[in-house]
Design a binder for this molecule. Structure first.
Ligand code: MN
Length: 226
């Protein structure tokens, strides 16, 4: 059943993340990249395929440099609503830490092959229309023919050589550390502060706010440690 693993891993009474639902066929498909400061900082790359967000964790984050092939590890499908989730997952919950909507937009499959068909073939060619990520990308599963379940989850995310390619891309540059949803940095989300450019439209229950405050102190410490 779609989203079963996603829901099994989470307690929706404890986490501000959405339980979500499977979306009916939409005219344009979305993609989202979330910067996630969990036990290890990583980026979650998600593509709308068949009404859910098919997801990969990209430890080094996507690159606009075609020379950098990024490891992308398949994770459980997420509901479409997750694309707008930004905030703090309380400690003790699955994926505890800060989540930022790092990039978001629409995408189209290349050569008119439906994304679910491309996904079955373990090679996805798409064009992204985001604020930070633009143009052609390929996701390709490695270790095809290997039987181990963890091997089968390994993909590579590669930028195409097109007019959007950027050999000087550096994902750690401070100008890339802002939410396309709220304008906030990871630190501002952790501290539940509004960003420089935009006000925050994220609502918290009292319990979540308390959990956020507790987390904030820990994040502060982690950030200082660098
Ligand atoms: Mn994650």
């Amino acid at each position: 059943m779609p989203l079963e693993e996603y829901r099994r891993k989470r307690k929706f009474t404890e986490t501000p993340e959405p339980a979500g639902h499977v979306r009916r066929a939409a005219r344009s498909r979305i993609f989202v990249v979330q910067k996630h400061d969990a036990s290890r900082l990583h980026y979650d790359f998600r593509l709308e395929i068949k009404g859910v967000l098919v997801s990969w964790a990209v430890p080094k984050g996507p690159s606009m440099n075609p020379a950098e092939k990024r490891l992308a590890i398949r994770t459980e499908d997420h509901p479409i609503e997750y694309a707008d989730f930004e905030g703090v997952i309380p400690e003790g919950q699955y994926g505890a830490g800060v989540v930022m909507v790092w990039d978001k937009g629409t995408y189209e499959p290349k050569d008119g092959i439906a994304p679910d068909e491309q996904f079955r073939r373990a090679k996805i060619d798409i064009a992204l229309h985001g604020e930070k990520l633009r143009g052609g990308f390929t996701l390709i599963r490695t270790g095809i023919g290997s039987t181990g379940p963890s091997e089968r989850k390994r993909w590579l995310l590669i930028k195409h050589r097109d007019q959007h390619a950027d050999p000087s891309w550096d994902i750690e540059s401070p100008e890339l550390d802002h939410s396309v949803l709220s304008g906030r940095t990871l630190k501002e989300i952790a501290e539940n502060r509004s960003g420089k450019t935009r006000r925050l439209g994220w609502h918290l229950s009292q319990a979540q706010q308390r959990a956020g405050v507790k987390r904030k102190k820990n994040i502060g410490r982690e950030l200082r440690r660098g």
